[in-house]
Design a protein around this ligand. Structure first.
Ligand code: HEM
Length: 393
């Protein structure tokens, strides 16, 4: 259940707080109610973020050796940083992702997506199947990020492989052989980041100039390259897939009675790419009346919190604009709330606005498949075909 949380999220009742053994080395206090998840996120003193990036399957010595061979280190930087350096590092990253800079990407992104949608429409009309993940989701967020943050000069495919390897290495149930292969992939790219961190401009230079160590610069770039693009890629695919099954929502978009922004928020509530997120109890405490010993790994079930009947009247229905829709916790909350939320929203809004009409006349050939993972959905290909292909005359 823990490793396929998005499936369990739609089924029956679940206790507010429950202790669950993950089967690969850990025990977690799983928190499902919106109010309790929020309470934890809002109190970084009692619930520290230190374990946010810990490997769920403990990494064995052989794989650790591979990582240290590449001088891999992941010091507290952003998501796992409860220390005094966090606000300063966060402020520098937030400046690079300032809402004005993000909004300025809209014309470029719209033109790019429009061109791609036209190409897809032509292929669909010719009766060919199209992978919407590959064409509209996989690389767009990385291309957008690269316009806002100077990144190492690496092929898109290499960054995607590295990011997905990192999400698997740190959040999936794994055997030792797979861990070793993933460690090699993650380690190799980490070495590229380390070199760039020492000489790169933009964000890397600003962090260096503010006196942060090379480890911190690498840590920030590492997290951004994973969290700042892979999450949005996943969300775009999940949302497009969801919308293929929501004809009334598409009709509302067409008629202008449903706002794109509301579709994006309802998508984040129902199909968050980050299903769970972790905190650790700093002291002996209680949560929802349950005693919690210090050191407990606390698994915040963000996807379930979005479906809490205390928050929305129709928890399972895709009802853009319904009261409470925007109260989802897909971006977390509090001191560590996602700093890229505006960018993710812009990307999703552009893709929905431009691509939703494509979905009116397609059938799903193959829905996206998601591998076992504690936290990330990681959908793969999403193949569609035109329902009634136009015959060549
Ligand atoms: C749909 C896409 C995205 C989702 C669902 C998402 C979700 C999250 C979540 C759940 C957290 C942890 C929040 C917490 O601990 O309270 C987080 C943190 C973060 N996200 Fe995102 N994110 C997305 C896209 C992005 C993008 C596009 C960027 C940047 C380009 C980004 C950068 C970050 C950073 C830097 C943090 C750490 C913030 C801190 O610790 O201060 N994310 N995100």
């Amino acid at each position: 259940m823990l490793f396929r949380g998005w499936e369990a999220a739609v089924d029956g009742p679940w206790p507010d707080v429950a202790t669950v053994v993950d089967g690969v080395g850990g025990t977690h206090l799983v928190v499902t109610r919106h109010a309790l998840v929020r309470q934890v996120l809002a109190d970084p003193v009692t619930w520290r973020p230190d374990n946010a990036l810990d490997a769920v399957t403990p990494i064995p010595v052989a794989a650790l050796r591979v990582l240290t061979g590449h001088r891999f280190r992941l010091p507290p930087t952003l998501a796992n940083n409860a220390g005094p350096s966090h606000p300063e590092i966060r402020a520098i990253v937030a400046e690079a992702l300032h809402p004005d800079r993000v909004a300025a990407q809209r014309p470029w992104l719209t033109a790019l997506v429009r061109t791609r949608v036209a190409g897809i429409a032509a292929e669909l009309a010719a009766g060919r199947p199209v992978d919407l993940h590959a064409r509209l989701a996989a690389d767009l967020p990385l291309l957008a990020l690269a316009r806002l943050v100077e990144l190492p000069d690496a092929p898109v495919g290499a960054v995607k492989d590295f990011a997905r390897a990192a999400l698997e290495l740190f959040w999936a149930p794994l055997d030792a052989d797979r861990q070793q292969a993933l460690a090699a992939e993650v380690g190799r790219f980490h070495a590229v980041l380390r070199e760039f961190a020492g000489a790169g401009g933009g964000l890397a230079a600003r962090l260096r100039d503010a006196g942060h160590s090379p480890d911190v610069v690498v840590g920030a770039l590492f997290f951004l390259l994973v969290a700042g693009q892979e999450t949005t890629s996943q969300f775009l695919t999940l949302l497009l897939h969801r919308l293929t099954g929501e004809p009334e929502v598409r009709a509302g978009l067409r008629a202008g009675t449903i706002a794109v922004a509301d579709v994006v928020e309802e998508g984040l509530r129902l199909e968050p790419p980050i299903v769970t997120w972790r905190r650790v109890a700093a002291t002996d405490t209680t949560l929802g009346g349950t005693p919690v010993p210090a050191g407990s790994s606390t698994l915040l079930w963000l996807a379930r919190a979005g479906r809490d009947p205390e928050v929305v009247a129709e928890p399972a229905g895709f009802r853009p604009g319904q009261r409470g829709s925007r109260r989802h916790l897909a971006f977390g909350a509090g001191a560590h709330r996602c700093v890229g939320a505006q960018l993710a929203r812009l990307e999703a809004a552009v893709v929905v606005a431009e691509a939703a009409p494509l979905l009116d006349a397609v059938t799903v050939v193959r829905p996206p498949w998601c591998p076992d993972n504690l936290t990330f959905r990681m959908p793969d290909a999403f193949l569609v075909r035109r329902a009634h292909p136009t015959r060549p005359t």
